[in-house]
Write a protein that binds this ligand. Structure first.
Ligand code: ZN
Length: 294
């Protein structure tokens, strides 16, 4: 099989998966419980989620390892199990994907801030390296450093994966400011992200979470203003969340999201999938708008 970047460079838009977290909660994950421990304790449930996105038509699925950096696992006193949990996450998604779909090893932020002195660069790098190596061992095709907001942390995570020979995707989470600019929590613009993560070694970049397709279209346009060629991945929420009776609701149905797919492609996106509030039904509806030719 081709590498992910070779597949993207063939020019066909690819479909990625949707939300995992909400799905785990539906299957009984309690708040306060470590989602990645489920790779061992509830393997069949995690496998079922991965399979549901393959069945929905995704070309690419992620892994249940978003919070499996040693620093993040520390919260659950599971730091020592980082290798085991990441390798299991990769093996589960590999099993669901088979050899003809791609698996991206998910690497999320640690929650520790370099500028606050909560952690050193070496500690962050070493932790990301352990995570990337275990995901590689478990069989992922590439690493997806995602939901980042700080350039320093993202760059360390990208480097750690690139330096063991992995292709790296890196996405940041942007929010629209009152002035209408897109910025991460740490004040990073899409253009600043592009430059920094390319330098660190990412070959695919993009945005995930925080926004629905409407905002993602504007973010992709901003990326395309500074880089016309790097492949762009979008994992969008099912619209911007609204509060209803104290509950967070993601308002966009599969059909609503599917209607915007062509506009997102026209803006320059190469890989399209979902984040919070999206389900296999959303991914199936997106797939219908991006037919496979063979
Ligand atoms: Zn999300």
């Amino acid at each position: 099989m081709k590498s992910l970047i070779e597949a993207v460079n063939q020019g066909k838009v690819m479909v990625s998966d949707g939300a995992w977290g909400t799905f785990l909660h539906q299957r009984g994950l309690q708040s306060g419980e470590c989602p990645e421990l489920w790779n061992i304790t509830h393997r069949a449930d995690v496998l079922a989620i991965a399979k549901s996105y393959i069945d929905a038509g995704a070309d690419i699925i992620l892994t249940n390892s978003f919070g499996a950096s040693p620093a993040k696992l520390d919260l659950y006193h599971l730091r020592d199990r980082a290798e085991e949990l990441n390798e299991a996450a990769a093996a589960i998604s590999r099993e669901a994907a088979g050899s003809d779909h791609f698996v991206l090893g998910s690497v999320g932020p640690t929650g520790k801030m370099l500028f606050m002195g909560e952690v050193t660069e070496d500690e962050l790098y070493d932790g990301f390296r352990i995570q990337a190596e275990a995901l590689k061992k478990g069989g992922v095709d590439a690493i997806c450093v995602e939901t980042m907001s700080a350039i320093d942390e993202a760059s360390l995570a990208v480097k750690a994966a690139a330096e063991i020979g992995m292709e790296v995707v890196c996405t940041f989470t942007f929010e629209r400011s009152l002035k209408g600019e897109y910025l991460t929590m740490m004040g990073v613009t899409p253009a600043e992200m592009v430059q920094a993560v390319k330098t660190a070694g990412a070959s695919i970049i993009g945005a995930n979470c925080g926004n629905g397709f409407d905002q993602m279209i504007e973010i992709v346009r901003e990326i395309r203003r500074v880089d016309s060629s790097i492949p762009v991945l979008v994992h969008a929420n099912a619209g911007v969340p609204i509060l209803e009776n104290g509950k967070t609701i993601f308002p966009e149905t599969p059909e609503m999201m599917a209607e915007k797919v062509q506009k997102l492609i026209n803006s320059g996106a190469n890989i399209i999938g979902g984040c919070c509030g999206t389900t296999p039904a959303h991914i199936r509806a997106i797939r219908m708008k991006i037919p496979r030719d063979e």
